[in-house]
Unconditional design. Structure first.
Length: 83
């Protein structure tokens, strides 16, 4: 994956997600819609560098592929500990 200097634009490959620079100087990445189940919202990550965001997006993809379900808003501590 090629890291572009800030401000330069290039097209990412399908399935890599979206990366943008926020106004506060941080970089934000969002999961691609192709890997997000219909009942869930895409997760986003942020970091100081584009390289770190790419690493975090890969980690999110790996979690999805391994079947990890992020449902912390609906799970109580007791339910989580019973898993």
């Amino acid at each position: 994956m090629h890291i572009m200097p800030r401000g330069e634009k290039h097209r990412r490959t399908k399935g890599e997600g979206t990366i943008r620079w926020r106004s506060d100087g941080r970089c934000e990445g969002r999961e691609p819609p192709e890997i997000v189940p219909p009942e869930e919202r895409p997760r986003s990550v942020s970091a100081r560098s584009e390289r770190e965001v790419i690493r975090k997006l890969r980690e999110l993809r790996r979690e999805r592929e391994e079947g990890y379900k992020f449902d912390a808003r609906r799970v109580t501590v007791g339910q989580y500990l019973e898993r």
